[in-house]
Design a protein around this ligand. Structure first.
Ligand SMILES: Nc1ncnc2c1ncn2[C@@H]1O[C@H](COP(=O)(O)OP(=O)(O)OP(=O)(O)O)[C@@H](O)[C@H]1O
Length: 235
């Protein structure tokens, strides 16, 4: 049987100490099957980004276990966590974090130059529909195009897992839909597990599994048997 992409046990995160301590995660037990599109929904402040950052290796829990396949992230040194991120994980954030002085291709090359088994940067940009814009700088691209460069950068290393925190948050719905379509394509073509946080609850219709978060823990996990394509979703 294939190992889940992730398993957490009793995952806890407390920011700060004493009276000002914030309990962002309160003992989360979770399994995320490999190859799925998983959407995290929940109110602001419920801990979604905290969970994403910890299983993405950007932050550490205060207590509990986090496994990526059979690798124990909670026991890794900083150098091992960096290697885990470099070898396995792609990130897409709401704000694209592109380097303004580099072209679209050069932004993607920042990642492909250090990845183990990267795609050609031009191929990654073609996959997101930007073949004609590879020599443009971020300031010459629209918000949706910049987000697609950020996705090209994230997928160019052919990651096992793609983490997306509000990837359509700054986009109009037509542009957001084309970005979701790219994520669905990457999931189908590369088999990458896609983990997406969104406030647009209708986007959960494209997921295999929807995790509802509330107050630092999982309220409910729902398997979606009627998965829709991004084109079929309105928000
Ligand atoms: N660096 C930090 N220091 C202190 N508290 C933090 C920090 N990061 C997050 N928190 C707190 O932890 C809780 C969970 O935050 P988190 O960002 O994970 O929620 P979220 O569900 O992603 O929210 P949103 O939907 O608004 O992005 C919140 O109460 C938040 O204020």
């Amino acid at each position: 049987m294939q190992l889940p992409a992730y398993a957490t046990k009793g995952l806890t995160k407390v920011y700060g100490e004493g009276r000002s301590a914030v309990h962002a995660l309160r003992g989360v037990d979770l399994e995320i099957p490999a190859g799925e599109i998983v959407v995290l929904l929940g109110p602001s402040g419920s801990g979604k980004s905290t969970l994403l950052n910890i299983i993405g290796g950007l932050d550490r829990g205060t207590a509990g276990e986090v496994l990526f396949r059979d690798q124990r992230l909670h026991e890794m040194s900083d150098a091992e966590l960096t290697r885990y991120r470099r070898d396995h994980v792609g990130f897409v954030f709401q704000f694209y974090n592109l380097m303004p002085s580099l072209t679209a291709r050069e932004n993607v090359e920042l990642v492909t130059e250090i990845a183990a088994d990267p795609m050609d940067p031009d191929e990654a940009l073609s996959l997101v529909g930007l073949k004609e814009r590879t020599d443009h700088f971020p300031a010459q691209l629209s918000g949706g195009e910049q987000q697609r460069v950020a996705i090209a950068r994230a997928i160019a290393k052919q990651p096992d897992v793609l983490f997306c925190d509000e990837p359509t948050g700054a986009l109009d719905s037509a542009t957001g839909r084309s970005v979701l379509k790219v994520l669905a394509d990457v999931n189908a073509r590369l088999g990458s597990t896609v983990l997406m946080v969104t406030h647009a609850s209708s986007q959960a219709q494209m997921a295999d599994r929807v995790i509802h978060f509330a107050d630092g823990n999982i309220g409910e996990i729902v398997e979606n048997r009627n998965k829709l394509t991004p084109e079929q979703i309105a928000w």
